[in-house]
Design a protein around this ligand. Structure first.
Ligand SMILES: O=C(O)CCC(=O)C(=O)O
Length: 291
């Protein structure tokens, strides 16, 4: 596939209008097998000290097992996180010349796992510039049965910017009832194997429970525009580990440039330790151990 044809003008228009789009054929079967196995191993490794059953976990963890920055401590995940065609597609969709990685993450929804509460991503990040998007890759495809995502079309342009506390599953927070988007039902989208679903950082989205008998295996990459600055003081590994202060540009080896990059020029994992506050949060392998 020619690099210029990775996304069509129509897909770009849909992303900008709706705040999400599915781009088929970005990964081959061979890549999905290889990267799926690499992320499986990484998730197993991160969770090796966690022997809790699903019902013993917090409501948030019952929605998915989250493992952040697998590219750092699992080298065979790195070529997926920095996959040039996916990064290039992301840059074209959001319309910026230079994109950085905010972080990658596996989101493995167990068989029987809860739904994912409706939320926007950007309010979780200490960054106001709205040029952010996520590439969501289901290794086996996503279906209504195994926990496909739903998106509120146009919600990224509706002026809504609301922090939803999905970490404690606070049912009182009902972002779907925000006046600017109330009455716009989420569109649930099944993503075929090999396709990548992209959503904007301000798009309201959610996911169905996993009623299948297998784990819904998803890897994601979150991207932001080079030049964005840290705007809020709350704790986040992508800015606290490199010591980026409010007002400073978010640019470090932990959030490297993903596009453009020369072919075969993979970034080196930075070996940045966690801060004490992040160590306390990292009890179940969500973040890398850096010794
Ligand atoms: O995979 C899920 O269930 C939710 C994913 C999500 O919220 C995201 O990628 O921003």
């Amino acid at each position: 596939m020619g690099i210029g044809k990775i996304v069509s003008a129509e897909q770009i228009e849909r992303f900008r209008r709706d705040g999400f789009v599915v781009v088929p054929g970005l990964l081959t079967d061979k890549e999905l097998d290889r990267f799926g196995a690499a992320v499986d191993r990484a998730v197993r490794d991160r969770g090796r000290h966690d022997h809790r059953r699903l019902e013993e976990k917090s409501p948030y963890e019952q929605s998915f097992t989250q493992c952040i920055n697998l590219w750092e401590d699992h080298p065979d995940v790195l070529p997926l996180t920095f996959h040039p065609e996916i990064s290039r597609a992301a840059a074209l969709l959001i319309g910026v010349r230079v994109l950085r990685l905010w972080h990658d993450q596996a989101l493995y929804k167990d068989a029987g796992g809860r739904y994912t509460e409706p939320h926007q991503d950007q309010p979780y990040w200490p960054m106001d510039e709205p040029d952010t998007l996520t590439a969501w890759i289901p290794f086996d495809g996503s279906t209504h049965e195994n926990g496909c995502m739903g998106y509120v079309p146009g919600s990224h342009r509706a002026g809504v910017r609301r922090f939803v506390n999905i970490f404690t599953a606070d049912e009182k927070v009902r972002i779907l009832e925000e006046p600017a988007i109330a009455g716009v039902p989420p569109v649930y989208v099944e993503v075929p194997r090999g396709a990548v679903a992209f959503h904007h950082g301000l798009t309201v989205h959610l996911a169905k429970p996993n009623r299948s008998s297998r784990v819904r295996r998803v890897h994601t990459m979150i991207y932001f525009r080079d030049g964005a600055t840290r705007t809020r003081p709350f704790v986040h590994p992508s800015v606290d580990r490199p010591g980026i202060k409010v007002g400073e540009p978010i640019a470090s080896d932990l959030t490297p440039i993903v596009w453009p990059r020369a072919e075969g020029d993979w970034p080196r994992p930075p070996r940045m330790p966690l801060t004490p506050a992040l160590e306390r949060l990292n009890q179940h392998g969500a973040l890398p151990e850096v010794k």
